[in-house]
Design a protein around this ligand. Structure first.
Ligand SMILES: Nc1ncnc2c1ncn2[C@@H]1O[C@H](COP(=O)(O)OP(=O)(O)OP(=O)(O)O)[C@@H](O)[C@H]1O
Ligand SMILES: [Mg+2]
Length: 496
């Protein structure tokens, strides 16, 4: 058992009436990167929480750690004592404290009466940062760092706390491509130091690039654990979904009259001189690396910020938006890329979160809100988007990450917008559901909606967009038609 860092046997978990994990077993070897893969809601995060003592499993579960005797339930403290740590998606850092203070924070918790001097903290932080082989200034306040660099701080913190097993739950969801590359390199370096890593991601290329083995779950059950060598994305997605995915590029239909026009639109420091026309019934792909100005442009079109030059027109008439409320009134909807703050009220029900954008409509004609109308609306969207919900009266926080994402999409589709902006709508969504979401998007376009699809996944854009606009450093660098190019060359253009 010497080379096994952690073994979990017969793990089951029930929430209310639903069994979300059913007799799952797997083992993690010392120094390996193991991926947990499976569709949204299959139980990955729940399994991680059980192994870290956040949730208790049902009776019968057995855990063993190296030569340590098997036990049935671990507390968070026991998990820590065994060197098990998680990098949570929100990173759980203290924004107003320095990098060094965050890194030594666990020490402070353990010995509140004898805090380290700042000098000692800085020295110890330097040592772990060096061990990580990254550039981080211990004196910078965390709030001044990018998400990617905050993540490094979180990793440094668990290393310094003596992590031997690190769980990373969708660590790449909000990173740019170069940042992803850095994180994957770092993950490999940690495993070379003998640390075992459990990695969760819906981007299958990443999974195959960084993991030695992959454990696949489907509907809370173990499908199996497989070596990634020789594994293809198609095979992995088939193991996850139990089906073969048959993806076909969109058959471009002739598009209708112009709905939205941007002319020389600029916002100082963000993007410059962007002109484009969005037609009825069209999916316009807007791509370029994160930071190219895509999201900033979307914010202006949705009225969240104001342009510093240029103009927008809708149906030929000049459009001035003072707020996103103005935008919604003009039939513009925006599904934000922000995965951590999806614009959901976590403590409210799935029903309320879905209906919130159309409450005014649902109250008509008599001005009171009939709960059945809310339920009917939500049920319809749950069905159309294939959201995994056991009871729509439950708080939205009870949904898995990818299913929360679907609630956000539903909430905006419910407004029946004329122009829909989707900002990386499928980050964190599993591969089967991605296909489902795009099917809906294509259908909406066929029914006349004008859609702007923002994404840096060349495949997604190539398969679904009628036209593509590439932004680079805030300017339109190219306009092209997927039919005239290949997915590979689009990929090159995005990365150029
Ligand atoms: N606290 C909770 N109360 C009720 N149900 C829950 C709770 N936490 C999770 N669930 C349910 O358990 C199932 C598994 O959720 P989990 O978050 O583990 O999925 P996941 O595999 O991490 O999905 P994703 O890829 O979307 O993040 C889901 O159906 C979810 O709705
Ligand atoms: Mg999850």
């Amino acid at each position: 058992m010497g080379d096994i860092a952690l073994r979990a046997d017969h793990v089951s978990k029930v929430f209310g009436h639903s069994r979300v994990l059913d007799d799952v077993s797997f083992e993690l070897r010392r120094g390996e990167v193991l991926c947990l893969a499976g569709e949204n809601g299959c139980g990955k995060s729940t399994l991680i929480k059980i192994l870290n003592g956040v949730h208790a499993p049902e009776a019968g579960a057995v855990f063993s750690f190296g030569d340590d005797t098997a036990i049935g339930h671990i507390t968070p403290r026991e998990a820590r004592a065994r060197g098990i740590h998680v990098i949570w998606q929100d990173l759980a850092l203290f924004a107003h404290l320095s990098v060094a203070e965050n890194i030594v924070f666990d020490d402070y918790v353990a010995n509140p009466m004898r805090p380290l001097s700042y000098r000692a903290a800085r020295q110890q932080a330097r040592e772990v940062i060096e061990r990580l082989g990254v550039q981080l200034d211990p004196d910078t306040r965390v709030e001044e760092l990018s998400i990617a660099r905050r993540q490094l701080v979180a990793i440094a913190r668990v290393l310094r706390a003596g992590a031997r097993i690190i769980f990373m739950d969708e660590p790449t969801a909000s990173l740019t491509r170069n940042e992803v590359r850095t994180l994957l390199d770092l993950t490999r370096a940690l495993s070379a130091q003998g640390i075992s890593i459990v990695f969760v991601s819906h981007r299958l290329a990443e999974v195959l690039a960084v993991c030695q083995r992959v454990t696949v779950l489907r509907n809370g059950k173990l499908v199996g654990t497989y070596p990634t060598e020789g594994m293809t994305q198609a095979r992995l997605s088939q193991l996850m979904t139990g089906q073969e995915l048959n993806l076909v590029p969109r058959q471009t239909a002739p598009s209708g009259e112009p709905v939205l026009e941007l002319r020389g639109l600029s916002r100082r420091g963000e993007f410059e001189d962007v002109s484009l026309t969005l037609n009825r019934g069209e999916i316009l792909g807007l791509t370029g690396l994160l930071g190219a100005g895509r999201t900033e442009l979307a914010h202006v079109v949705f009225g969240m910020t104001q342009p510093t030059a240029g103009e927008m027109r809708m149906h030929g008439k000049r459009l001035t938006l003072r707020s996103n409320r103005d935008a919604i009134r003009h039939g513009i909807a925006y599904v934000s890329e922000d995965r951590l703050n999806l614009g959901l009220v976590q403590s409210q029900s799935i029903n309320m979160n879905t209906a919130v954008t159309v409450l005014g409509e649902l109250e008509k004609p008599r001005g009171f809100l009939a709960p059945w109308r809310v339920r009917a609306l939500t049920a319809e969207w749950i069905r159309r988007l294939g959201t995994k919900v056991s009871d729509a009266e439950l708080a939205v926080s009870s949904l898995s990450g990818g299913n929360q994402q679907r609630v956000v999409i539903a909430k905006w589709l419910a407004t029946k917008p004329e122009v829909l902006i989707l900002d990386c709508p499928t980050v964190g969504v599993d591969i089967g559901a991605k296909a489902g979401i795009f099917e809906i998007i294509r259908q909406l376009a066929d029914d006349g909606m004008a859609i702007i699809l923002i994404s840096d996944e060349a495949g997604e854009i190539w398969m679904n967009a009628d036209r593509v606009i590439v932004l680079r450093e805030g300017r339109v660098s190219q306009e092209l038609t997927p039919a005239d190019t290949t997915e590979e060359s689009l990929e090159e253009i995005i990365n150029a």
